[in-house]
Design a protein around this ligand. Structure first.
Ligand SMILES: Cc1cc2nc3c(=O)[nH]c(=O)nc-3n(C[C@H](O)[C@H](O)[C@H](O)COP(=O)(O)O)c2cc1C
Length: 364
């Protein structure tokens, strides 16, 4: 059986990773107003590389100015971002970790107040952050522009010395708004049946792959189920098969609770990760994330079929988490954490303040 502290090789890109621990994308609000990486953000990510994480993923980074979804968000929409991204890449590489940027567009979640634009989505849908109360449907020109923006952002990451990018197709942002039946009611080639709803994601992936070296990792993060926007497990499993056929370097399942069960099939004993690996042959490497805290959890997740273990909150509180994985009894402290503990873990005041929004995480 595989162990979380064993090396792993991505066959398509040929890149190797020192262990199975992945720091999942974690928004931390520490970028400047124009999306440039701050020292605080570089330090917090580098600290996790030092702590042994084989893969470090940046927080969600917008590829288009109109795709920004919150303040302090990392941007990759302009060449002005490359220099600091390069500092981050070099810093993470000094600890032999791989560095990936998570690329996204907020779609209907990009506040008009922040971007100055009416939010767009696949269709006209309600948007609490639009002055009119609605997001407008993306035109063909918007779609072409945003595919180009994703591609340019990925090329910037190549120029900055990154090992790859992760397309954020999860959590209800623009890519998943195209996937969802409740946010995509289009009647053209970008909506309707499942293949049409997948087209936006697939075209972004293809455009990026045509413009980056083979050694550059291009993975996709998806949510198995988001009832609110019409993403169901059956379609997500079929999407995973289509992503495999396209040649994605990995699929990252954002489960929130990796040990929980499908909401669509609540009586089925399989976990979400098991649903994917047991339903689909020859899947690319699977990263699964959600609810892992101890080394026993990490081993259980690998037993379910995950090749790599993504973590969020435990990596925020315990920067050396990955270095402890070889200890079978490792079960670090759980929330709440004091401000002093979080500062010690290299979180700035801005980031700690953001963590107050995550119920029960910060002890005040
Ligand atoms: C503070 C915070 C910020 C997050 N930011 C992102 C993000 O930018 N992109 C993303 O895909 N997921 C994001 N997530 C979700 C995490 O990547 C992860 O999937 C989630 O926290 C569940 O894993 P955990 O139980 O190990 O924390 C965020 C989660 C937290 C707690």
């Amino acid at each position: 059986m595989s162990n979380p502290f064993e090396t792993y090789k991505f066959n398509r890109s040929g890149k190797s990773v020192t262990n199975r621990a992945v720091l999942a994308a974690l928004t931390n609000k520490q970028s400047s107003n124009d999306g440039i990486l701050s020292d605080n953000e570089i330090n917090w990510l580098t600290r996790r590389a030092k702590g042994g994480f084989g893969i470090i993923t940046t927080g969600a980074a917008h590829v288009s100015k109109d795709g920004q979804a919150w303040e302090g968000e990392l941007g990759v929409f302009d060449d002005i971002h490359i220099e600091r991204l390069n500092v981050l890449a070099d810093s993470v590489h000094s600890y032999d970790s791989l560095i990936l940027a998570q690329l996204f567009h907020g779609g209907m979640h990009s506040p008009q107040k922040l971007t100055g634009n009416t939010p767009l989505s696949a269709s006209k849908v309600r948007s609490e952050v639009s002055e009119s109360g609605f997001a407008r449907p993306a035109s063909e020109e918007d779609i072409d522009r945003i595919i180009d923006d994703f591609t340019s952002a990925a090329v910037r990451c190549v120029q900055a010395g990154f090992d790859g990018i992760e397309l954020h197709g999860a959590h209800g942002y623009l890519i998943s708004q195209f996937l969802g039946t409740k946010t995509n009611m289009r009647k053209d080639q970008w909506g309707g049946d499942r293949k049409n709803r997948e087209r936006f994601l697939i075209k972004i992936f293809q455009a990026i792959k045509n413009n980056v070296p083979d050694s550059f990792i291009v993975g996709v993060r998806i949510s198995p189920e988001i009832n609110k926007i019409g993403i169901g497990l059956d379609d997500s499993i079929l999407l995973a098969g289509d992503l495999r056929d396209e040649g994605v370097d990995y699929i990252h399942l954002s489960c929130w609770d990796s040990f929980g069960h499908s909401r669509d099939y609540p009586d089925d004993p399989k976990t979400l990760t098991e649903w994917f690996v047991q339903s689909c042959d020859d899947l690319p490497p699977i990263i699964s994330t959600g609810g892992v805290w101890s080394s026993v959890d990490a081993q259980n997740l690998m037993r379910q079929g995950a090749d790599l273990i993504g973590v969020g909150r435990v990596g925020i509180a315990h920067p050396d988490w990955a270095n402890h994985l070889s200890n079978a009894d490792y079960d670090p402290d759980r929330p709440p954490f004091t401000v002093a503990q979080l500062s010690e873990a290299q979180l700035s005041d801005v980031f700690i303040d953001y963590m107050r929004k995550w119920e029960g995480f910060v002890a005040d």
